[in-house]
Design a protein around this ligand. Structure first.
Ligand code: MG
Length: 399
């Protein structure tokens, strides 16, 4: 059994509005195409790979794609999709049994999906990974240029085709022979159907998405970066305590509160901001405040801790995350914090890129118990929820 995979990366990136086609954009530690290629390189049943690149990018990316475990060749694509596949097919040896065609822009193809499609094509000659439509599908007419429902199709008859699409060598050859004659198609199965062959549908995978829009790419990047958290929701906890001493201002949440004592510390000793910084860093598993803003660094001497919050926001954003909401408890026997809470919420919200409605701050006393109850110190507990950040580089493409 000899199986050749053709990875088609010949398309343009116009729908992501990027200079570079989407298959070449970064996704984790490689590009989108690298993931698609790896899936077939690592699959034990694939004997040979042909990557079809846009002709203008062959020299730039081709050399990095060869030299894999599975013998891999690179060829320049053509104008239409079927032309690109035909150029890849030209490198498929006569003795190949099956030919797999896969979109480079589907980086999350799984081993079971590849296996199912191979098995079905082995039996039936041609097979396509597909998923049953979850949405009701309307067939439309146009009346005065507006789309009007003509009929509603029974949902269980609607399959959305993915790749891989796998064909017996001779079956794909028949289909591609039709493609040369001018018919424009969006997948290879369509040519094979027109050539009179039966094409089986096998279970694809909803996760086997084709990266088409900027949103798709942003979600894919989050999926690669945070494989454990599909929604990207992350929660972190923070705590801080500073002593109350004479001769220092009392700053909490960036608000200077009139009081006879203030918090002792290297910066402005704003324990509220410090606890929130740690909760954010914790949620991103990005270390702690001492690591990023060490006491020993003169830059942070008397620094406004709101500035540290801004910097912590940048740190989590670099990891593809952003604050969703924050909740804070300040344990201070005195002074009463009620009159200052709204100003604190506004400051913290501004520094972390959320709205005051996303920031809870509550003042509590310690009921006179222990050092906190005796007014020796103020302690703060904070919880941060982070979610996936919109990728600013991608968002800017959407403007
Ligand atoms: Mg502190």
């Amino acid at each position: 059994m000899h199986i050749v995979a053709i990875i088609v990366a010949g398309g343009s990136g116009s729908r992501i509005r990027s200079e570079i086609p989407k298959q070449f954009l970064a996704l984790g530690d490689t590009m989108v195409l690298g993931h698609s290629l790896n899936a077939f390189d690592r699959h034990p049943r694939i004997n040979e790979i042909v990557v079809v690149l846009p002709s203008e990018l062959t020299a730039r990316y081709g050399p990095d794609l060869i030299g894999r475990r599975t013998p891999t060749r690179v060829v320049a694509g053509g104008a239409r999709r079927q032309d690109s596949v035909a150029r890849g097919f030209a490198l498929v040896p006569q003795y190949a049994d099956l030919v797999v065609v896969h979109d480079a822009a589907r980086p999350f193809v799984s081993v079971p999906v590849i296996d199912r499609t191979l098995d079905a094509a082995l039996e039936g000659g041609a097979a396509v990974a597909a998923i049953v439509s979850q949405d009701t599908v309307k067939l439309a007419d146009r009346v005065d240029g507006l789309p009007i429902v003509d009929t509603t199709l029974p949902r269980d008859t609607i399959y959305l085709a993915q790749t891989p699409q796998v064909f017996r060598r001779d079956v794909l050859e028949d289909g591609l022979a039709l493609g040369v004659t001018g018919m424009d198609v969006t997948d290879e199965a369509m040519l094979v159907e027109r050539a009179g062959h039966t094409v089986r549908l096998v279970d694809g995978d909803p996760g086997n998405v084709k990266l088409t829009t900027a949103r798709d790419l942003a979600v894919a990047r989050a999926r690669v970066q945070w494989p454990g958290g599909g929604s990207g929701m992350r929660v972190g906890i923070g705590y801080d305590l500073h002593r109350l001493v004479e001769g220092r201002p009392l700053v909490l949440g960036g608000v200077t509160i009139p009081y006879e004592f203030g918090l002792l510390g290297h910066s402005d000793a704003d324990a509220l901001c410090h606890a929130v910084v740690d909760s954010m860093l914790g949620a991103a598993a990005a270390g702690d405040i001492g690591q990023h803003f060490p006491n020993s660094d003169p830059r942070w001497k008397d620094a406004s801790s709101l500035d540290l919050l801004v910097r912590a926001s940048a740190i989590v954003r670099e990891r593809g995350l952003a604050v969703r909401n924050l909740d804070v408890v300040v344990i201070a026997e005195r002074p009463a914090l009620g009159p200052y809470l709204d100003a604190m919420r506004t400051n913290v919200a501004e520094a972390t890129g959320v709205t005051p409605a996303d920031v809870g701050i509550k003042g509590k006393t310690n009921e006179g118990v222990g050092p906190l109850g005796h007014g020796e110190a103020i302690a703060v507990h904070a919880v941060a929820q982070l979610g996936l950040a919109a990728d600013p580089a991608i968002e800017s493409l959407l403007l």
